[in-house]
Each structure stands twice: as structure tokens, then as C-alpha cells.
Design a binder for this molecule. Sequence first.
Ligand code: IMP
Length: 208
Amino acid sequence: MTRKIEGRLVIATHNPGKLWELRQLLAPHGIDAISAGELGVAEPAETEGSFAGNALLKARASCAVTGLPAFADDSGLCVDALEGAPGVYSARWGGEDRDFSAAIRRVERELRERGAQPPFAAHFICALAIVWPDGHVEEFEGRVDGVLVFPPRGEKGFGYDPIFLPDGLDRTFGEMMSAEKHALPGDGSRALSHRARAFQALALACLA
Ligand code: IMP
């Protein structure tokens, strides 16, 4: 049986942007979200080979240290012609200083080196995990399919947004306002981004 989230929830992130977004989502449900960073929990190395594995690893680590239910997410871009790369290494392709213009150039270079031809099918995945102190686990995944476009288009968003054109739309994620990309429609229709889709599934199952 799925379990509802109640009371306090540790968010296994040191990223203030992610924490802010999650607080917005959880506050209306009476959930008090505190970050692993605020509690002084160290960030574990993301050593798993899958998004779901890394989300679970991070949630387990925060739950074990704090004794509170803990939430974590992991996400990235998978390119078909690159056998799913950068995948779980999406953040690392940005290098130490998280330079995603360089990461985008690398994606384009690797596609060219392999002789890949457009359309360059790709998808974003977002995996979410919640772990309770008694070992109970809830996991969710969201995915959005699209194609990659070069040169990059748009200045909005982050990461690989300027090269990702979601199926059925004519603007890249880099050309969209964040609210449009991440919105959680209240009317039951499907959200757009992988993250919003994963949260939709979580909200349906775990929020009262
Ligand atoms: P993490 O989930 O914080 O480990 O981040 C994974 C990496 O995937 C980010 O640094 C981005 O490069 C990339 N990524 C994940 N979601 C998105 C998105 O919505 N737009 C663009 N890039 C993304």
C-alpha cells in the first residue's frame, strides 16, 4: 500500500533552487520540508548506474542520518544515438564549474563523431524516491521525449534546456518560462517536464 507523507520531510539536496521548488509544492499539504544541507548531512557520491538507484541512495543516506522520512531526486538527459549518454553523468558533463554550454558542445561533437543524423531522439528522466525510517520506500519516475536541436535555442532554464525540443511543441525548454515547463496542471491534464510528471505521480500517491 502506498504511504502518505506527513509532518517533516528531509529533502536530500544541497541545491537551494530545488529546495525552494519542493517547499512550494509541499507547503499546501502541511509538509515541513527541511534540507539535508540545513541539517548538516553530507552529500553521498552518486555511484549507481540508474537515476532510480541514485535517488534511492541519496534518500536512504539522509533518512539514516536524520531518522526522518527523506526525499531525493535524480535526473538527466538520455540521447538515443549516444546509447543513453550523458544519462546519470548529465551533471558531470558540465565539469567542475557546471558549464553546460561545454556539455552541449560535447553532445553535438559526439553525435557528429558517430555520424548520427537528425532527428536526434532524446528524453529527460526524473526519478524520485522517499524512504521512511522503518525502511518503507516509495519511488516515482517521469519522462519527456523529444529531439535535440543545434544550434541551441533560448536563454531560459538550465542545463540542456536550450537543445531539447519536446515532442509536439515548437519551442525548446530554453525558450519556455519555467512555470510553463514545470507546471503541475490542476485540471488532471498531463504535466510537461519529466520532473513535473514525476511529481504528479508522487502527489497522486503520497500527498493527502
Ligand atoms: P541532478 O538531478 O541534480 O543530479 O542533475 C542532473 C543534471 O541533468 C542537471 O545538472 C542537468 O544538467 C540535467 N538536467 C536534469 N533535468 C534537466 C532539465 O529539466 N533541463 C535541463 N537539464 C536537466
